[in-house]
Design a binder for this molecule. Structure first.
Ligand SMILES: Nc1ncnc2c1ncn2[C@@H]1O[C@H](COP(=O)(O)OP(=O)(O)OP(=O)(O)O)[C@@H](O)[C@H]1O
Ligand SMILES: [Mg+2]
Length: 461
């Protein structure tokens, strides 16, 4: 419903409009003079202003000008008891949205305009709601995913982002660790402050130390001036320490001390300074193993992993593959200005079956390459790299070898998992044979369409 302001020095008109529009569910405020209206307009935002033209203290057209200045999005309707060409013309010139003559039909004339505004507001609200809902269901900022695992991660990010706690992000290479770190920063109160990344694996020990903590002039040869480190640069914001698992043990000790005390000392300095920095660390190593083998300090681990986030590899959330593939396709087609608007079902099935050791990054690169190679208007199997095609041929059984060679591996196998793998690959094979037509695939597998859908959903096919 709309928030309205009625302005008229004639009490009966104010009352009539106030009562009628309130009854219809709108929020109505009233001003009996131009000055009173100005004060209200300055203090809150109205969706609709309905104002008389002739008032003792102010001309309605002047109020219109004021309203367009302070609140240009408000709809302004002028009403008058004495219509003249002059006022009508200046009303229009100053941007009145409507001009209505007082009389028996005043309400009937106003109602549609108010209704229209109210509907537009409702739509706007709905659109905002839908956008938020879509974001909640499909991802966070630039992160995409509808798998339950990723949705749980998006929810976790939203919950923990506003807090100051440290976060440790683990996951294989290319699973989106840096993206998660950025999403946490962007959804926190620190969003307007710096987000600084340092790759701890890329620096030799002494260089890493001076990068992080800074140095004073003369601290070592080559230190010709004072220099602040990244902890200072990130003050008030977030420091993303990538590949923390590659940090030397000596540096780990130094970092631990900083985290413990919340103070940083530049190399060669005797003074310590306070820093307010949120640390987000990431690694693709298995830190438990690193700790067990003496390469990572357990005390630092506990300091860093107040909130651990583990990103599952892409092969454990295959449902996300089509969504990600289409998103990347859209991006690369646009940047390479190519008219490719889809992925052929056979190509998509190969993408879904592949194991993606390089995870989302590998998928991204695969689509980039495919977009560059493809000459048709959809990504075809031929545009995919050989390793992906080969994997498909090896993993999806083709129904023509009907030998009964049951072979139990030496080390045994999980029957349940094996059967699930078989189910999944037959499902894919049937889809392949039927060219993606699900009802036909169901017939091939001698099952009802209903059970086919059940399996398809179960395996995210
Ligand atoms: N959920 C996702 N939605 C969209 N893009 C993603 C998603 N996850 C990862 N990406 C993209 O995949 C690429 C790799 O992500 P990112 O650099 O965050 O991975 P990483 O885990 O930090 O990898 P590494 O361990 O190799 O540094 C980036 O281009 C990123 O934009
Ligand atoms: Mg990374």
């Amino acid at each position: 419903m709309a928030h309205m302001l009625i302005v008229d020095d004639e009490r009966s008109i104010c009352e009539l409009l106030e009562i009628s529009f309130r009854k219809e569910g709108h929020k109505v405020e009233v001003a009996s003079s131009g000055e009173a209206a100005k004060r209200l307009l300055a203090s809150r935002i109205f969706d609709i202003v309905v104002s008389d033209i002739c008032m003792p203290d102010m001309d309605g057209v002047e109020l219109l000008r004021y309203s367009k200045e302070v609140s240009p999005a408000s709809i302004f309707i002028l009403i008058t008891g004495v219509p003249t060409i002059d006022t009508a013309v200046s009303a229009v010139n100053f941007g009145a949205d409507r001009y209505v003559i007082k009389g028996d039909r005043l309400l009937d004339e106003l109602r549609p305009a108010v209704q229209q505004v109210a509907e537009r507001l409702a739509l706007k609200k709905e659109a905002g709601y839908l956008r938020r809902e879509l974001r909640r269901l499909t991802g966070l900022d630039h992160m995409i995913g509808t798998s339950p695992k990723m949705r749980a991660i998006f929810e976790l990010i939203q919950n923990i982002a506003p807090q100051p706690s440290r976060v440790l992000i683990t996951g294989e290479s290319g699973t989106g660790k840096e993206l998660v770190a950025r999403a946490i920063h962007e959804n926190s109160a620190r969003a307007k402050s710096p987000f600084i990344t340092i790759n701890c694996g890329a620096f030799p020990e002494t260089l890493l130390e001076s990068e992080l903590f800074g140095y004073v002039k003369g601290a070592f040869t080559g230190a010709n001036e004072n220099r602040n480190g990244l902890f200072h640069a990130a003050h008030g914001g977030t420091l993303f320490m990538d590949e923390i698992g590659n940090m030397s043990v000596t540096m780990q000790v130094k970092l631990y001390r900083v985290l413990q005390e919340g103070k940083v000392r530049a190399i060669g300095s005797t003074e310590e300074s306070d820093v307010d920095v949120r640390i987000i660390a990431a690694t693709n190593k298995d830190l438990a193993k690193e700790i067990a083998e003496g390469r990572f300090r357990e005390d630092l681990y506990y300091r860093l992993s107040v909130i651990p986030i583990h990103l599952p590899p892409l092969r454990e959330r295959r449902e996300d593959i089509p969504l990600l593939a289409r998103e990347f396709l859209g991006r690369f087609a646009k940047s390479m200005t190519k008219k490719i608007d889809g992925i052929e079902p056979e190509a998509m099935r190969r993408l879904e079956v592949y194991d993606w050791p390089g995870n989302v990054r590998e998928l991204e690169n695969t689509i980039e390459r495919a977009v560059a190679l493809e000459s048709g208007n959809r990504i075809s199997v031929d545009a995919l790299p050989e390793r992906i095609q080969k994997h498909f041929q090896e993993s999806v059984p083709h129904a023509n070898h009907n030998g009964n060679h049951t072979c139990l591996p030496q080390e045994g196998l999980s029957l349940e998992e094996h059967i699930q793998g078989l189910e999944r690959s037959y499902l894919l094979a049937a889809l392949e044979r039927s060219g993606g037509v699900r009802t036909q695939a169901a017939t091939l597998l001698k099952m009802s369409y209903r059970s086919f859908r059940h399996y398809a959903k179960k395996y995210g096919v």
